[in-house]
Design a protein. Structure first.
Length: 464
């Protein structure tokens, strides 16, 4: 009877243990195959020894896979943090830049922790403490006292640096990566602003990415209006003023408007007579404010309870008999004309070209397609995966997380060749391996908006 993971040299020779190392852990383990003599010619002993070796190598494989997963999770967290850094408020971006960006932040926390550990060890070993068996002069006593004071000051400064940097890390979602001690987290929880609450709200509740992005965007507007005010200091008057400001805010279209603070948006809207956001949008954003203050009170971020508990927000109702716009679907002839004009304008090397055809043949939403990564396209299984694994990705709801087949017509049109070209030319600076890097993502904005505008223009300019 053959013994698992063994071979025998000769009819009555020595048994050898042999096992192939799985592909996913070869690089980490540094071997492609295990083979060693069991130093026995007995089948019974060989079976026992082989079982022990199998158990030992199983442990090595599992440990290597755990290390791989940890490394992957670290890389994903860092990538998410670098993307999310662009969505921080101006004050938080300055804090991050002051510590050298995400990479400098990670290195700084480790260096500060090491410094504090060294200073604490020096203190425990008696640096700056008089030796009871020795007689000191007045000057020596003074020098020892200064050494002890300097050491305690160094320990305190290292602790402050750690708290400051871990606070920034928390806003970037890197708490797990830093393994922040509970005592530090408790200190960070003091005097939370609405931006801090929005970050916590998004990480803990498992909401859809679009919900989290909207919460952060509204919190950022609030901070732009009133500064970094603590949740417990919020008054109903703040809410009324914020409601008035949102009612005067223009629709965020284009980087020139989206990138400026809320007061500046309102000034530009007044000066240029820009189109304002709807009453329904204002009500939605105000609801997010009340949700976040209630969440802050429930989770201990506001000692005095919910500061806006007495305020309720209702969406405006459509007047009875009000007319709504009806959109007729394209006829086949109209769609053919628009498709022909679109392909003349954007060839097969252009992102807009494939966004149009993927929308047509998949039925997916524009944002879902525009934010696709190269890794979301499986040319072996011929599928597209819609799964918001990155912080900047968004889907409408949980059922929208799905995998769908690639339509055969797309393959005939050269979609597989387009993906392969992008795979060969991918560059982290172009959006971490995104399939369509020309579409702007992040800051709560929906990807592919520019392509929709281009399609509208093309449709209107195409003769019937």
């Amino acid at each position: 009877m053959k013994i698992s993971n063994t071979k025998r040299v000769g009819a009555k020779g020595t048994y050898y243990f042999q096992r192939r190392v799985p592909d996913d852990v070869r690089n980490r383990l540094g071997v492609s195959r295990w083979e060693r003599s069991l130093r026995t010619v007995s089948a019974q002993e060989a079976r026992q020894l082989a079982a022990m070796e199998t158990l030992r190598t199983d442990t090595l494989i599992e440990e290597a896979r755990v290390a791989n997963r940890a490394e992957h999770e670290r890389d994903v967290l860092l990538a998410m943090a670098k993307t999310r850094a662009h969505t921080l408020s101006a004050r938080h971006r300055e804090e991050l830049e002051a510590v050298g960006g995400v990479d400098g932040l990670m290195g700084g926390v480790e260096a500060s922790r090491l410094s504090r550990a060294l200073f604490s060890a020096a203190k425990e070993h008696g640096v700056g403490t008089p030796d009871p068996e020795r007689v000191y002069s007045k000057d020596e006593h003074r020098a020892l006292k200064l050494d002890r004071y300097d050491l305690e000051l160094d320990i305190e400064e290292a602790g402050v640096e750690i708290r400051d940097r871990t606070g920034i890390a928390g806003r970037l979602g890197l708490e797990a990566l830093l393994d922040v001690p509970e005592v530090v987290r408790d200190e960070q929880d003091e005097r939370k602003t609405l931006v801090d609450v929005a970050d916590h709200y998004g990480r803990k509740l498992g909401n859809a990415p679009s919900t989290n992005n909207t919460a952060r965007r509204v919190a950022r507007y609030w901070e732009e209006a009133f500064g970094p005010i603590a949740v417990e200091d919020i008054k109903p008057n703040h809410f009324r003023r914020f409601s008035e400001m949102l009612g005067r805010m223009p629709i965020d279209k284009g980087a020139t408007i989206a990138s400026v603070p809320l007061p500046e948006k309102i000034k530009r809207a007044d000066a240029d007579n820009l189109k304002r956001v709807s009453e329904s949008t204002v009500a939605t954003m105000l609801k997010y404010v009340t949700k976040m203050t209630a969440y802050a009170a429930k989770n201990g971020f506001a000692d005095n309870g919910d500061p806006l508990a007495t305020i309720s927000v209702s969406r405006p109702k459509r007047p009875i008999g009000a007319r709504t716009e009806n959109y007729e679907p394209f006829t086949r002839a109209e769609l053919d004309r628009v498709a022909e004009a679109w392909c003349l304008k954007f060839d097969k090397h252009h992102d807009y070209h494939w966004l149009f055809w993927l929308l047509l043949y998949s039925g997916a939403r524009r944002t879902e397609i525009a934010q696709l990564r190269i890794s979301d396209v499986n040319l072996v299984a011929m599928t597209l995966k819609f799964d918001p694994e990155e912080e900047w990705m968004r889907v409408k709801n949980k059922p929208s997380i799905r995998t769908i087949p690639i339509h055969p017509e797309l393959l005939k049109m050269g979609f597989a060749e387009f993906v392969e070209r992008r795979l060969r030319a991918q560059d982290d600076s172009q959006g971490y391996g995104r399939l369509f890097p020309s579409f702007v993502v992040g800051d709560g904005r929906k990807a592919g908006t520019a392509a929709s505008s281009a399609f509208t223009v093309t449709g209107r300019s195409t003769p019937p």
